[in-house]
Design a binder for this molecule. Structure first.
Ligand code: AMP
Length: 473
């Protein structure tokens, strides 16, 4: 996971990239980086921390040029190495290349072995560097940058949305199954691509549409063009984007995430009604679901847990003990809203179970009589190999427990997870076009030791090429 943006705009891009990354901060808090190209050289800056901590006004004014890309990185184990911060930057022959990637390749080992055998050296452990090395090798073989990008798309298997800045031109593409989101926006003087539409909104730009799975977008001074490079027999949009990862105000593949979550809240009440005094959320991830539950049940929506806005997501903490402590600092109960009350508590998902268990304890200590937990995703039973940092099966509380065992373990009065069918209906995309690996243990790509429902992917040199538009002078 992670968030990325690429912008070409005659008026300069550094400030716009900064604001776009700010809007995508929820997709990664470990590090942030920006690269820009001014016609002759690449300017770059990156560091560990939040966007606002990494960049300052003098840094941004040094990031000159009318094209650039940016990235925020999601924390995964062992990844806090400075050399892993994206975008990765390269100079090859006369080319200046910067590259950012969101997702996880599943053929990393094979690709790395192949390119190492051919004499390539690697300085990081990231998938992104492999993408860069394939690209550089292909440029030296074919000479054409665009052909090299297409060749690169053919070599990759897994989930990927990639944005590459080469000599001022932005190439962006999405894997043939469309696992990771990527959309196109029209800025005042140019075009942009971004992981989520909230980055387009942040620049007061206009959302044009999502990048199609397997599509290659090329943005340069003068315009934007799109080529369908790969066509797959199905899609596999990550269901967890709708459940948790994306911001509620994002529109992904035509669907407003907030509406999905609110509808799931309605359906949670249909599937598991309960008599209670109030409905509340685990803020903020449970808010839209809780509002939906309250609407449908006619039980008043009352906030009984207040969030400290200045703390990051608790799963960033590296150890279980630190995560437990962090939960208490992050959420403060309002005893006056809880004492002797029967409450419905709604959240998006239970992963390890740490959060729910701690919160239920806090809510009970504040006087709640009954705590009815409602969850906006089905039970998470399997790891994600495609970019979400879900732990091993053993760490997932629901992997070998049924719902009642999970309920006991988190000490809820009642517990209900939304059914997969209801979640799919709320999203409005066919189940066969969603990746539900973490819920069903069936993945859209072959993964060692796991079940998969794969499909054929055809690569075409150019099935169609359409010019979306050109920049106004
Ligand atoms: P826990 O059950 O304690 O692991 O925490 C689950 C909560 O963390 C959920 O309510 C989500 O809001 C959030 N979360 C989302 N994605 C992840 C993830 N990849 N790993 C851990 N927690 C996550």
């Amino acid at each position: 996971m992670g968030g990325m943006v690429g912008i070409v705009d005659a008026g300069g891009v550094s400030i716009q990239l900064y604001y776009a990354l700010y809007a995508l901060q929820h997709r990664g808090q470990e590090s942030a980086g920006i690269s820009t190209f001014d016609g002759t050289s690449l300017h770059k800056f990156k560091g560990n921390g939040l966007v606002a901590d990494v960049f300052s006004p003098p840094v941004l004014s040094d990031l000159k040029g009318s094209s650039g890309i940016g990235h925020v990185r999601y924390p995964t184990t062992g990844a806090r190495l400075p050399e892993n911060i994206q975008p990765l930057n390269f100079q090859f022959q006369e080319h200046f290349i910067s590259i950012a990637h969101n997702g996880n390749l599943v053929n990393t080992c094979e690709l790395r072995a192949e390119y190492e055998q051919a004499g390539q050296m690697f300085t990081t452990t990231t998938d992104t560097e492999i993408i860069a090395k394939i690209l550089i090798d292909a440029i030296s073989n074919s000479g054409s940058v665009e052909d090299a990008v297409r060749f690169c798309m053919k070599k990759l298997t897994g989930s990927y949305a990639v944005v590459i800045l080469i000599d001022g031109i932005i190439f962006a593409f999405r894997d043939p199954l469309g696992i990771k989101p990527l959309c196109i926006g029209k800025t005042e003087n140019g075009y942009m691509v971004a992981s989520e539409s909230v980055a387009v909104d942040a620049l007061s730009a206009k959302l044009v549409r999502d990048v199609k799975p397997g599509e290659l977008i090329r943005i340069e001074t003068g315009g934007i063009s799109c080529t369908q490079v790969a066509v797959a027999g199905r899609r596999a949009h990550c269901i967890f984007e709708y459940v948790y990862f994306a911001r509620a105000d994002s529109v992904i593949d035509g669907v407003l995430v907030y509406d999905v979550r609110r509808k799931v809240g309605h359906k949670l009440h249909e599937e598991a009604p309960v008599k209670a005094d109030s409905v509340g959320a685990l803020p903020d991830s449970g808010t839209a679901y809780a509002i939906g539950y309250a609407e449908e049940s006619k039980i008043p929506y009352v906030e009984s847990l207040m969030k400290n806005r200045y703390m990051g997501r608790t799963f960033i903490m590296p150890t279980q003990k630190e995560r437990e402590k962090a939960v208490r600092i992050k959420l403060n109960p309002i005893p006056a809203h809880l004492k002797d009350k029967s409450v419905v508590l709604v959240d998006d998902s239970i992963v390890r179970g740490t959060t729910s268990k701690r919160i239920i304890t806090i809510v009970r200590e504040a006087g709640a009589r009954e705590v009815h937990v409602r969850i906006g995703s089905p039970a998470i039973k399997a790891p994600c190999y495609l970019g979400v940092d879900f732990p091993t099966r053993e760490e997932l509380i629901a992997h070998d427990r049924d719902e009642d065992e999970v309920r006991k373990s988190i000490t809820a009065t009642t517990l209900h997870h939304i059914s997969l069918d209801a979640l799919v209906e709320a999203i409005g995309i066919s189940k066969d076009d969603l990746c539900t690996g973490c819920l069903t243990s069936c993945y859209p790509l072959p993964i060692d030791g796991e079940k998969a429902k794969t499909c054929q992917v055809d690569f075409t040199d150019s099935t169609f090429q359409s010019r979306l538009g050109s920049f106004e002078a």
